[in-house]
Design a protein. Sequence first.
Length: 600
Amino acid sequence: MGGLISKTSIDEILARTDIVSLIGENCNLTRRGSDWWGCCPFHHENTPSFKVDEEKKLYYCFGCHAGGNAVSFLMEYNKMTYAEALQELAKRANVEIVYENGSAPVVDSSYLRKEQYIELYTRVAGTFNYLLLNRDGGKFALKYILDRGLTMDTIRKFNLGWSPSDGKWLHRFLKKQGFSDEFLADSGLFSKKYPEFSVYTDRFMFPIRDRKGRVVAFGGRLLHPKNDGNDRKYINSPDLPWYKKGEILFAFDMAKQSIMQTKQVIFCEGYMDAIAYHQCGFTNAVAPLGTALTEEQVQLVKRFADTVLLSFDSDGAGQAATERAIMLCRRQDLTVKIIQLKQGKDSAEIMLNYGAETLTADVKDAILDNEYLLTKLSQKYSKDTPDGKARAASEFFNYIDTLQSSVQKTASMEQLCRVFNLNPEAAKRDFFNRKQNNRTEAVNQKNAQVDSSGENQLAIGQELRALFAIISDISAAPNIIEQLSAEDFEDSTAKKLFIVLKECNNNNNLSLENIISQCDKELQRPIVEMTSEGEFSNNAAKAVQDSFVFLKKRSLERKRIEIGGKISAMRPTSDDDKVLLQNLLKEKMDIDKLIEAMKG
């Protein structure tokens, strides 16, 4: 069928893909023996239960049971289609894709559109950078950013830029490059009301890159006050089909390697704060994108880090953001420290006025989150009144709730009691009574609604398990498969898997990778689970033979019952009927002999 990627290309892509390198870019992996282990990127866990088998090119999580090959990893992790994942792997492995029958590929139009917009944003970012560094109009913007303490190396590293004050300039420029009005209207770069006017005029531009380092959005900082209602200090790209601000962190593509090495990440409030940290040598700094820190952003860094340092502004809004971030990070079982900026409101201001040494000292003196919170509560509530003590304890209980360790909970409770001079038993009673009330309410809510978070688990019957045993020894599988047929299976799922095996075998493509890639997700998981857990690794040859005997015997027994029913129903009245009866009796005797032989 036209447009399908050929089996030869799929085999080459999978063979040349380094699955350890692929997955290692998205979570920390450590070698144990011949396998690699890490915390699962698909669910929250504290102890690594996610295994990557380099030889078999498979991954499997013993916690949430996610598993598969490189294709399924990209499909699940990056929400790609099967074709998109193969195309991405082909690029990585430098494999030229060949399509069946020499046809042209059938490209998902939405995927192609996203790629075109990302290419547009990359070109626009380069243009803004050129205008900043080389045009007279950009001199004010360049002076502005140099006066903020950034170096030319930093400006180039972050590809910072300037958008012209002529609101129509960008539209005219891109039209000359061959882009259509319709395409530009949906790009997020232009006003919906006035499609020829850029939303970024006379602004200092911060390109926002995804995990792969591709420009997917912009942040624009106002340079001159305006009187046209468009005088917001920062304008940030809206959510777009290729960009979700709550799932991306500014500078993450440049910080990832440092985060993996140090196992620490610095969360800042804004673009300039993150850039200041990088210029001062803290290349593990990132920032949310014009919104509060999200759970998805915390999960993104949790794959690489175990400690978070929070560096939000010292004003009221920054302190509120700090407290919220503490709760988010602790729920993900991350250690949290607070960087208290003593000489200024934010890291960019400190870098400018005091230099890297002062910022380095502040990072070194970061305190644990429980100490930070108790200090704030001491300033907020009186330690000398019952009401003040109760209010402080109630707020701090919210923090204790987020802790994953019983030791941490106990130690934090003791700390609260010391700071506010509370009776430990009374504090514990209030905490557990509150917990019990919350738990009862949660149970009631859960009972009142259908739990939609669970997944249907595939029932593994005897026929399916027998096929898993055959798959476990690929070298012996072809001979077994040739002796079986789809009619030997009663279980519809087992029949579906056998058809995949038969097709792979007929095409000389019988490998674990090909089998998994041609199965649906329902079947992929148990196959990878069986392989990863080594269920049939002990005496695999016997398991294969026993499975073949089981399947064949079961098929013969069904056929014997079927023939027996026909014999019982017959009332031969003609010579033809008598001949048919004799044939059925002979067939039944032959089956009886085969079944008897199998018993031996």
